[in-house]
Design a protein. Structure first.
Length: 243
């Protein structure tokens, strides 16, 4: 007898890992490895080198969190839908490509950001000679973050297109659609930072471009609260129809 498993209101259709999901997991693990060993850093062999290496922990932690953020989104998508068709494979491979390109700009921007903090040395993993350098990194970072978010959005829209084929319920369709919309927001906000960085110069506007991501803290909670309210209504409707 097959036991139907559910999580967060979703039937787990991808309980068994596909080859593409295994490949994606391996690629993300490799990306994290590049964060650690990239740039030719050596293993510390004395106390001072060890202390210097520890100074890289804050920037590495932020980089790691960013990488895991997108890996987990793909993991959830894989578990919910279990898709292994041509477009799913293409989008997953595209995600890997952008992640591996994203690794070094990611490491550079957090190292550079921490180096801009007075009296803080991030361990010299990446040196910036001017504010314009950091502004350029903001453009690269924003485009990469936007592309990764757009790919996760596309994966969810693709699953929504196949809703009837894979048997999504009304609530699952709602969750998939709103998840895609949230990722669309994630893809859009960085473009605001990119626009500021590309169209302006100077310390003030570079700071404005970097702090533009605060928009996430305002927009996402509002969208998620609205989503929860609508979700409760749909859940109640499904329960009433099933009785």
């Amino acid at each position: 007898m097959t036991i139907s498993r559910t999580k967060d209101g979703f039937k787990i259709r991808g309980a068994e890992m596909t080859r593409i999901e295994t490949f994606v997991d391996a690629a993300f693990a490799f990306a994290v490895t590049l964060l650690v060993i990239g740039g030719g850093d050596n293993i510390p062999n004395n106390y001072q080198d060890f202390v210097n290496a520890l100074q890289q922990v804050p920037s590495f932690t932020m980089c790691f969190a960013n990488i895991v953020f997108f890996w987990y989104a793909h993991h959830i998508w894989s578990r919910r839908f279990g898709l292994d068709d041509g477009l799913s494979t293409f989008l997953s491979l595209l995600l890997i490509l952008v992640v591996l390109i994203f690794v070094y700009p990611l490491k550079a921007i957090y190292a550079g950001a921490f180096n801009f903090i007075p009296d803080f040395d991030s361990g010299a993993v990446f040196a910036l000679s001017s504010v314009e350098d950091f502004s350029g990194l903001l453009v690269i970072f924003g485009l990469a973050f936007s592309m990764l978010s757009a790919i996760i959005c596309a994966l969810n829209w693709h699953a929504l297109r196949l809703a009837d084929e894979i048997g999504l319920t009304m609530l699952e369709k709602f969750d998939t659609k709103t998840t895609a919309l949230l990722w669309l927001v994630n893809a859009s906000v960085p473009l605001g930072s990119v626009a500021i960085a590309l169209s302006t110069t100077g310390v003030f506007w570079t700071k404005a471009a970097s702090f533009f991501y605060i928009v996430f803290a305002v927009v996402l909670p509002i969208l998620k609260i609205t989503r929860m309210r609508l979700r409760r209504k749909i859940s109640t409707q499904e329960e009433n129809e099933s009785q």
